[in-house]
Ligand binder design. Sequence first.
Ligand code: UMF
Length: 124
Amino acid sequence: RFWRLHKFQRQHMDPEHLTTNNTQYCNLMMKARNMTKGICKPVNTFIHEPKEIVDAVCQEANITCKNGQPNCHQSSLPLNLTHCRQTGASKYPNCQYRASYLTKQIIVACEGKVYVPVHFDAYV
Ligand code: UMF
């Protein structure tokens, strides 16, 4: 259980960087955050907001996750995101990504006694 929240931080949190039009962002970050080991993770979203803002999404009303579980929550406000999607030409181990800079509401799954995000479900 403990490791899942660290996995969320590693895969999805990047409060330091502002949303830019840096085309290399996904190529660099997917590698730096260990999502290009064994396979190229096909899709991954980074959130450019403070941890407190993202943790607070768990306090929003429960909604159903894509997998049918009831522990998802949608941010009331749009957040700054970079969505990374693997390109057609990408071939492991040279994982290549296209970046989309978005401001969208996020849906995360939350778990734990300290109820925090453990999975990025979608943006809307
Ligand atoms: N995922 C995103 O990061 N953004 C999306 O908009 C959709 C999906 O659902 C499988 C994985 O796809 C998720 O893994 C999430 F990382 C990614 O480790 P996770 O967060 O459960």
